[in-house]
Design a protein around this ligand. Structure first.
Ligand code: ATP
Ligand code: MG
Length: 267
C-alpha cells in the first residue's frame, strides 16, 4: 500500500491481538489514523482501551498483529530491529509515564545519553541547555533519587527532546504530578514542540490536557470511537473507521509543520 509521505504518522488497519487465558484478546481493532507533521494529537480513553499499546506500536517498541505503521512514509512494522532502532534513536522521543530514568546516571548523563547514542560529540553541552530549558540548570549533577517526581518528569521530557526528534510520544506525562507541576510540564512540552516543530502524540486522562492538543481521538475497546479537531482543524489528524485515508491529507500541500519551526520538516 502506498503511504502519505507528507504525514508524520500513518496507521492503517492497525490491530494488536494477544493470547490471554487460552483465548485471543483483541487489544487494538483496526485503527486508521494520519497525523500531519508538526501536529499535536491527544489520545483519550478509559483504562485498558489500548492507548499505551497504540503508542508502543507507533514507536516501534512493539509489532502489530495486522495493519501497517508508516513514519514519514517509511513502513516500520516490517523493518529489521537494527534499522528500527536507528530510526527510533534519531527520530522518535518517548516520555514514559513512570519516567524510566537510569538511576545510576545523573540528570545530565540521562539527557545526554540519546545524543551520545547518535554520536553527537557535543552531547553534554546540548543536554545542559535542555536541562536549563526545563528549569533544572541547578540540578544537572543530581541522580534521579535526589530529584522530586516533577523534576524527574522534566528530566524525562528533556531526554525525550534531546535527539531533536521529529516525533514525540508521551504516555500520560502529567499522570503522576500535581496540577501545577503538570501544567509546567505541559507548557514545557508545548514550548519545545512549537520551537522544534515536533509532531506530538499525547496519551492523557485529563480533559484540560486533551483540550490543548490540535485534535483528539477517543479510544474504546481498541477502536477509535470519536475524533475531534480543535482550532487547528485544517491541520488536524485524520482518523476513523475506514474513512481516514479517503480524507484530504492536510500536510500534503503544506509540506511542513503548521507552527514556526527551527528546522525543515523534510529530513
Ligand atoms: N502483554 C500483554 N498481554 C496481555 N494483555 C495485555 C498486554 N498488554 C496489554 N494488555 C491488555 O491490553 C489492554 C490495553 O492495554 P493498554 O496498556 O494499552 O491500556 P491503556 O488504555 O493504556 O490503559 P491505562 O489507561 O490503564 O494505562 C488491557 O486490557 C491490558 O490488560
Ligand atoms: Mg496506559
Amino acid at each position: 500500500m502506498s503511504s502519505d509521505v507528507a504525514a508524520a504518522i500513518e496507521l492503517c488497519g492497525l490491530c494488536r491481538v494477544l493470547p490471554s487465558g487460552g483465548r485471543m484478546l483483541t487489544i487494538l481493532d483496526g485503527i486508521d489514523l494520519t497525523v500531519a507533521r508538526g501536529e499535536s494529537v491527544a489520545v483519550i480513553g478509559p483504562s485498558g482501551s489500548g492507548k499505551s499499546t497504540l503508542l508502543g506500536l507507533i514507536a516501534g517498541l512493539d509489532r502489530p498483529s495486522g495493519g501497517s505503521v508508516h513514519i514519514h512514509g517509511q513502513r516500520i512494522d516490517t523493518m529489521s530491529e537494527d534499522r528500527l532502532a536507528r530510526l527510533r534513536r534519531g527520530r522518535i522521543g518517548f516520555v514514559f509515564q513512570t519516567f524510566q530514568l537510569l538511576g545510576n546516571l545523573t540528570a545530565l548523563e540521562n539527557v545526554a545519553l540519546p545524543l551520545e547514542l547518535t554520536g553527537d560529540r557535543r552531547a553534554s553541552g546540548g543536554a545542559r541547555q535542555l536541562l536549563e530549558a526545563v528549569g533544572l540548570g541547578e540540578r544537572t549533577h543530581h541522580y534521579p533519587s535526589q530529584l522530586s517526581g516533577g523534576e524527574q518528569q522534566r528530566v524525562a521530557v528533556a531526554r525525550a527532546f534531546s535527539p531533536d526528534p521529529d516525533i514525540l510520544l508521551a504516555d500520560e506525562p502529567t499522570g503522576n504530578l500535581d496540577s501545577a507541576t503538570g501544567r509546567l510540564v505541559l507548557d514545557l512540552l508545548e514550548r519545545l514542540r512549537s520551537r522544534m516543530g515536533t509532531t506530538m502524540v499525547l496519551v492523557t486522562h485529563d480533559d484540560e490536557v486533551a483540550s490543548r492538543a490540535a485534535s483528539r481521538i477517543y479510544l474504546r475497546d481498541g477502536r477509535i470511537v470519536v475524533r475531534e479537531a480543535g482550532e487547528g482543524a485544517g491541520q488536524a489528524a485524520t482518523a476513523g473507521e475506514g474513512g481516514g485515508h479517503d480524507q484530504p491529507q492536510p500536510a500534503a500541500e503544506a509540506g511542513a509543520s503548521p507552527s514556526p519551526v527551527a528546522r525543515g520538516a523534510g529530513r
